[in-house]
Each structure stands twice: as structure tokens, then as C-alpha cells.
Write a protein that binds this ligand. Structure first.
Ligand SMILES: Cc1cc2nc3c(=O)[nH]c(=O)nc-3n(C[C@H](O)[C@H](O)[C@H](O)COP(=O)(O)OP(=O)(O)OC[C@H]3O[C@@H](n4cnc5c(N)ncnc54)[C@H](O)[C@@H]3O)c2cc1C
Length: 381
């Protein structure tokens, strides 16, 4: 079915992104996978092209356009070429609402120009070694001392963890107050006592820096608190998580589509028993099933993008999109590996890399089980 999500300006933007990736990313990505990180220069080059901060007001160097279809184009194009090392989705789709919607004018002036130019790379630190799904169980504390908070604790699995200059850190400002005792503090590169741990070795997405962060008596100005008052952190997170989950769903569908296309082409070329793989009924039925599910997923996700733009995307809508599409992505990629036979297990084939890169999708941004909890709770049993 014809896809009707985009207008002409999005198509033009897609060409720009595609050309940028072909020139600045694709030739280098294999090396970045070996390095475990992408160079900061590529962020700056992407910033020069206007790939960051659409929603950032023009006076701070952005485009002032709140249209998630641009974010969608970037995520789709990155996934299409397998450039999973670029943490642009996190910066654009996940961090922008914190920086644009939750900051005051003084904070906007300090951070938004760098955010839009790609010179200030962002990250979010929620997860800790002892608490991921159970966000209320975090132990990082921020104790007020005059004009500063003193922050102690640690975070783990942080995307852009090594490259980031500005990190939204989830802290307990009042450990006895439950959800109301949680706040969001901006920690900046160079603050004394703020250090990075290991760039963690992962199953896939090898070019993406995923790191540990440590905070030892870090003195953070009260001016770096997000929002007007302490204790809003949990609600601020809950507000922004649907957009994060939608971004992951967009990536999931794009990855499933890409791997499916590659596999159909492979099944045309590869022969066994004197005919190509597509001549086996099993191949055709399997591809038919996967193509049907992917297309249905695509239309639901596109509808979610429109709902987000209209300010109508609910936490339940986003949870449905996230768990369904990421589980589907994993199923599609796994079946496509099977259709490639032994070549599917060879890293020189994109399907093998897609298999490694896809596994985390059902885990980060809220696991499949947590998504089902969110949906199930909405029935108010
Ligand atoms: C590559 C990568 C990048 C990441 N990037 C970031 C980042 O940038 N910032 C950040 O803050 N975090 C990040 N994370 C962390 C990620 O969000 C967490 O790993 C995820 O939320 C799960 O938390 P956990 O690992 O502590 O697992 P746990 O919460 O310990 O869960 C373990 C298992 O128990 C299940 N479970 C837990 N609670 C329930 C329940 N109530 N009902 C049913 N089942 C349950 C889970 O679904 C899961 O299967 C990243 C993780 C990875 C792997």
C-alpha cells in the first residue's frame, strides 16, 4: 500500500541524509565498529547539514519545526545502511524534548546552540547496575548544599556514554519520597568527580559507545536542574518515554524492511537443487508472512508518528508500537538469517550484522515485558 506519511520536503530531506550517510558514514562504519565509537567530527558534519534539533527554536540555531517525520527520515536512513553506531536517534528523538521543553531561557542559551550544531553531544542516564526496569529503585543521590547539588552514584549502559558532553542524570533528591523524590539534573563534561568507566563490549552495535558513568561528590549548580522545582523527574521521564519508544519502533520497522528486501534479493540469486530459493514454497510462504506483518507494523507506526505530531500519542500506543515492532524485527531477522543458510552467519553479509544489532531492541527503552505491563495496566482490572 502507498505510504502517505511524508510530504515533498521530507523526501528532499531524505535525499540529503542519504547522500550524507553515503559520503561521511558508510565508508567508515566498519572501522568505527572496530574502534567501538564514532568520531565527534561526524556529529559536527551532520549538525552543519541541519540534522539535529529540528524542534530547537531558530534563535538558538535550530529549525523551530516540531515534526517527528524529519526524525523518522533520519532514523530510517541510518538503519537502511546499518549505521547503528550513530547515536543520532538518542540525541534527536530522545534528548530534544528534555532540552527544548524542560529548560528555562538561561539553560536554552547555554545548551541549545551546541545541541543543534552537533558540538554538544547528549546522553541520558537512567539505568544503574541495580535498577533498570524498576526506575524508582535508583540509588544515585543529589543532596542540596546552597547553590549546588552534591551528586553521588553511578549509571550503566549509557548510549553516547563516552562521547557525551551533557547528560540528563536521574537522581534522588529525596530518597524517602518515592516517585516525588526523583529529579533530573544536567551533568556536564569536565565537572570534578564526574568520570566515565568502560566503553562496554556489546553483542552488536559495536560502533556505538555504551558506557558506565560515575559520580563522586560532583558539585552540580542548582541552575542545572530541569524544571521549576525538585521532585518532577519521574513525571518528566514518563512524559518523554513515548517518543523514545516510538523512535525505537521506527528503527525496528526500517530494519525489518531492509533485511527483508535483502533476503528477497538473495533468494532470487541463490540456487539449490537446480532452482533459486524462491521457487521453494516454504521460502515464498515465509517471506509472504514476514512481508505482511512488516507492512502492517509500518502502518501502525506511521499512525503513531502522526499522533505524536498532533500531541495525541499515549503511553499505551507507544508501548504497543515498541514491543510489537521490536519482537517482529527480531523474528524477521532471525528467519532471514535462516534463509541465507551458512552465509547468514557470516559477518560480511548485512543480515548477520542485523541479527547482532537487533537483539537489544526488545530490551532498551523499556523491555517487552514492561511494555506489556503498561498496556495491561490500562485495562484497570
Ligand atoms: C545497548 C544498550 C543501550 C542502553 N542505553 C541506555 C541509555 O542510554 N540510558 C539508560 O538510562 N539506559 C540505557 N540502557 C539500559 C536499558 O534501558 C535497560 O537495560 C532496560 O531498561 C532493562 O533494565 P535492566 O537491564 O536493569 O533489566 P531488569 O530490569 O533487571 O530486567 C531483567 C528482566 O526482568 C524483566 N522484568 C523486570 N521487571 C519486570 C516486571 N515488573 N514484570 C515482568 N518482567 C519484568 C525484564 O523485562 C527483563 O526481561 C541501555 C541498554 C543497552 C543494552
Amino acid at each position: 500500500m502507498r505510504r502517505d506519511l511524508f510530504d515533498e520536503e521530507h523526501d528532499l530531506f531524505r535525499e540529503t541524509v542519504r547522500e550524507f550517510l553515503a559520503r561521511e558514514v558508510v565508508p567508515h562504519h566498519a572501522q568505527w565498529e572496530k574502534d567501538g565509537i564514532v568520531p565527534r567530527e561526524v556529529w559536527k558534519k551532520a549538525g552543519e547539514l541541519g540534522m539535529f534539533g529540528f524542534s530547537v527554536p531558530e534563535e538558538y540555531g535550530g529549525s523551530g519545526i516540531s515534526d517527528f517525520r524529519y526524525n523518522t527520515v533520519i532514523v530510517e536512513e541510518i538503519i537502511r545502511v546499518g549505521a547503528t553506531g550513530l547515536g543520532f536517534g538518542l540525541h534527536n528523538d530522545i534528548m530534544a524534548p528534555y532540552l527544548v521543553d524542560l529548560t528555562n531561557d538561561e539553560q536554552k542559551q547555554r545548551w541549545l546552540p551546541g545541541f543543534a550544531s552537533g558540538e554538544l553531544i547528549t546522553a541520558i542516564g537512567m539505568t544503574e547496575p541495580g535498577a533498570g526496569s524498576d526506575l524508582q529503585g535508583i540509588r544515585t543521590t543529589a543532596v542540596r548544599e546552597g547553590d549546588h547539588y552534591v551528586v553521588n552514584g553511578q549509571k550503566t549502559f549509557i548510549t553516547n556514554g563516552i562521547n557525551s558532553d551533557l547528560v540528563v542524570v536521574v537522581v534522588k533528591t529525596d530518597p524517602s519520597a518515592g516517585a516525588r523524590g526523583t529529579s533530573l539534573l544536567m551533568l556536564e563534561r569536565g565537572m570534578e568527580g564526574f568520570t566515565r568507566g568502560r566503553n562496554l563490549e556489546k553483542v552488536g552495535m559495536h560502533a556505538q559507545d555504551t558506557a558506565e558513568l560515575f559520580f563522586q561528590n560532583v558539585r552540580v549548580p542548582v541552575a542545572n536542574l530541569l524544571g521549576d522545582e525538585e521532585g518532577q523527574g519521574f513525571f518528566q521521564l514518563m512524559n518523554n518515554l513515548p517518543q523514545e519508544r516510538l523512535s525505537i519502533a521506527v528503527a525496528a520497522v526500517a530494519a525489518a524492511e531492509t533485511v527483508l528486501e535483502e533476503t528477497i534479493a538473495y533468494c532470487r540469486d541463490r540456487t539449490a537443487f537446480g532452482r533459486n530459493l524462491g521457487k521453494f514454497q516454504n521460502t515464498r510462504f515465509l517471506l509472504a508472512e514476514l512481508a505482511t506483518e512488516v507492512e502492517i507494523a509500518r502502518h501502525y507506526v506511521d499512525k503513531c508518528v502522526r499522533a505524536l505530531n498532533a500531541g495525541e500519542l499515549t503511553a499505551v500506543d507507544a508501548a504497543k508500537a515498541k514491543w510489537w515492532t521490536t519482537e517482529l524485527q527480531n523474528r524477521v531477522v532471525d528467519r532471514c538469517v535462516q534463509l541465507h543458510g551458512g552465509y547468514g552467519y557470516m559477518l560480511e553479509y548485512p543480515v548477520a550484522k542485523a541479527w547482532l544489532d537487533s537483539r537489544v531492541q526488545t530490551i532498551y527503552g523499556g523491555t517487552t515485558e514492561i511494555m506489556k505491563e503498561i498496556i495491561g495496566r490500562s485495562f484497570r482490572f
